[in-house]
Write a protein that binds this ligand. Structure first.
Ligand code: COA
Ligand code: AMP
Length: 631
């Protein structure tokens, strides 16, 4: 039996032994009474009865145990031309000060704090400061619009918001403050205070007795200590796209999260304490939460906060520069970033300028790694390139090649096998039975899921059950479909819902449809994800106009594009739509989005047996040809 099989089998046969052993790597104020409390399925609680503090384990502990002078965080910002470093000791002081600021504004254990920040070290400090107090952070990605921020403010009802005056995108400065103010106006929940980091690229006006300056607050703050919390208490809420405009608040606990993340650093990523680990993502996404902030710090690594893009800030060699300059061992990013680099520098000529001596593995996730990108990265970097599959809901990989246990052969297009702790099955949507090897099915995980997987949705336990746990009793349905081959390799092929993946970002077409439907001239609409060479997928809208509307179609398209940008944000990358006479539907009125997508992508499709009027498909095809699709 291979080493991997041995570890994997044990994780399923003896989860108690497996996870209590992994939990030895964490400092507990009090050990658990029950390793997994399964008294109220599907709500499982790992390490019930245990007490701990995540910030203590990620920061203070390393200061006490000999890493005080080791770098904890390197901020590298080619977009602003600045760099800054923090040792673990310095990080401890900053985090304790920030926790002091929060405390002064009334934040205590269990209170929520929204963090709306660009990729600056203060974002990491803010998250850790919340963890220090046992407060629950909810980080909102900077590319979302005010409306999205407002939805989150109303759902998690934060006491305080930590933010910055601006974010910086290539060629433009995003003023955060107007978005923040607008969101607070839209939201019915009222926030007590906002603490704003004034950035020199663009400052903003502060409202008296509501907005506070980050630097002055930190300068006068009293250092705050770690507050002990229950292992099962929430550490954070991270909103992710659901099938409607109302995002799902994925809850992460403290204890299980620490155990799984710490375990993953050696066993999956093969990094040792002291190594430099770089996840080129954003703290607004789950990858940023887990692998920019918590996992590397829990493991005593140096983590990199990179404020820039793979290309254009200023060139396609920045990834190599950062790896070489900071002695990065392992890098983690999305395949789209590599596609962007490959497009600019197909022969990877810029790579020749850098010596990446310590670099040993590249991990990719967020979307399937297409074989072309995989081979390009392998050929040029000459290190293993590992596709791995996971979700906001799990917080760590479900399928991966566990490099610290044993490297398994790589099969392009597959994130390899289920990670220890996950019992992954493919189920038949009709019968709920397991399908055979190689056959397509809904990818599900047998309950209970391992530590770190979300114990519930914030304010929405019923939705947790309905959306994930009811369709296949005893299983979590991932929303992904695919197959498992003879060797146990997972192939993630498509989503079973309306989620699309744009540049590694997860977006709901349903949420975009809600926005389009709000336009006064739109009677009916549909949004689908179409293939895009760089971003993997991009959204495309179809509009049926209300009777009597005879304005220029381009004008209406321009307005709906603007509307999505205003309501959801630039990150939706909603740039094209077309006006059609009707939408193709089944006889029962269901819009045939799957067929429309196949036509747009010029793929073969079967005429749906239940289609109401097949002629419509020709009209759709013509409309798509008019905007460069369905070739
Ligand atoms: N704040 C404000 N706006 C943001 C933003 C932020 N934090 N992040 C992105 N945006 C904006 C961009 O400026 C862009 O606006 P535009 O329409 O005016 O050009 C829009 O949102 C779409 O951004 P993005 O998807 O990043 O596309 P891009 O064309 O700017 O860049 C890539 C393409 C591939 C270089 C980029 O998507 C990338 O680096 N992806 C990596 C993905 C990643 O890290 N995923 C996380 C999972 S691992
Ligand atoms: P998010 O919750 O934003 O991390 O998005 C999770 C979704 O992204 C998954 O459900 C998949 O649809 C997709 N995804 C992430 N990683 C991979 C991967 N390695 N292969 C295929 N799909 C992936």
């Amino acid at each position: 039996m291979s080493k991997f099989d041995e570890v994997y089998n044990r994780s399923l046969a003896d989860p108690e032994g497996f996870w209590s052993e992994a939990a030895e790597a964490i400092h507990w104020e009090k050990k658990w009474d029950t390793l997994i409390d399964d008294s109220n399925p599907p709500f499982y609680r790992w390490f019930a009865g245990a007490e701990c503090n995540t910030c203590y384990n990620a920061v203070d502990r390393h200061v006490e145990e000999g890493r005080a002078d080791q770098l904890a965080v390197i901020y590298d910002s080619p977009i602003t031309g600045s760099k800054k470093t923090f040792t673990y000791r310095e990080l401890q002081t900053e985090v304790a000060k920030c926790a002091g600021v929060l405390k002064k504004h009334g934040v205590a254990k269990g209170d929520r704090v929204i963090v709306y920040m660009p990729m600056v070290p203060e974002a990491v400090i803010s998250m850790l400061a919340c963890a220090r107090l046992g407060a629950v952070h909810s980080v909102v990605f900077g590319g979302f619009a005010a409306n999205e921020l407002a939805t989150r403010i109303d759902d998690c009802a934060p006491k305080v918001i930590l933010s910055a005056s601006c974010g910086i995108e290539p060629g433009r400065i995003i003023a955060y403050k107007p978005l923040l103010d607008e969101a607070q106006e839209i939201a019915s929940h009222k926030v007590d205070a906002c603490v704003i980091l004034q950035r020199e690229q663009q400052t903003c006006d502060l409202i008296d007795e509501h907005d506070y300056d980050w630097v002055s607050e930190m300068a006068t703050a009293t250092l705050a200590d770690c507050v002990t919390v229950a292992a099962t208490d929430p550490l954070y809420i991270l909103y992710t796209s659901g099938t409607t405009g109302q995002p799902k608040g994925v809850v992460r606990d403290n204890g299980g999260h620490m155990v799984a993340l710490k375990w993953s650093m050696k066993n999956i990523y093969n990094v040792n304490p002291g190594d430099v680990y770089w996840a080129a993502s954003d703290v607004g996404w789950v990858v940023g939460h887990s692998y920019i902030v918590y996992a590397p710090l829990l493991n005593g690594n140096t983590t990199i906060v990179f404020e820039g893009k793979p290309v254009g800030t200023p060139d396609a060699g920045q990834f190599w520069r950062v790896i070489a300059e900071h002695n990065v061992s392992v890098m983690f990013t999305a395949p789209t970033a590599f596609r962007a680099i490959k497009k600019e520098d197909p022969k990877a000529e810029l790579l020749q300028q850098y010596r990446m001596e310590k670099f040993h593995t590249l991990f990719l996730a967020g979307e399937r790694t297409d074989p072309d990108t995989l081979h390009w990265a392998e050929d040029n970097l000459k290190v293993p390139v590992i596709d791995h599959w996971w979700q906001t809901e799990t917080g760590w990989p479900i399928g991966a090649n566990c490099m610290g246990i044993e490297q398994l052969p790589i099969k392009p297009g597959s994130p390899t096998r289920a990670v220890p702790g996950y019992d992954v099955r493919t189920l038949d949507p009709e019968t709920g039975e397991e399908v055979g090897r190689g056959e397509l099915g809904a990818i599900c995980i047998k309950l209970p899921m391992p530590p770190s997987c979300f114990p519930t949705l914030w304010n929405a336990p019923e939705r947790y059950k309905e959306a994930y746990m009811e369709e296949y009793p005893g299983y979590y349905q991932s929303g992904d479909a695919g197959y498992i081959d003879e060797d146990g390799y997972i192939f993630v092929m498509t989503r079973t819902d309306d989620i699309i993946n744009v540049a590694g970002h997860r977006l709901s077409t349903g949420a975009m449809e809600e926005v389009l439907a709000d336009h006064p001239d739109v009677a009916e609409c549909a949004v689908i994800g179409v293939a895009d060479q760089l971003k993997g997928q991009v959204p495309l809208g179809f509009l049926v106009l209300s009777a009597g509307v005879n304005r220029a179609h381009e004008e209406i398209v321009g307005e709906v594009v603007k509307l999505v940008r205003e309501r959801i944000g630039p990150v939706a990358a909603f740039k094209s739509a077309t006006v059609v006479g009707r939408l193709p539907k089944t006889r029962s009125g269901k819009i045939l989005r799957g067929t429309m997508q196949k036509i747009a992508d010029s793929e073969d499709y079967k005429m749906p047996a239940t289609i109401d009027d097949p002629v419509i498909l020709d009209e759709i095809s013509d409309a798509l040809k008019g905007i460069g699709y369905a070739k």
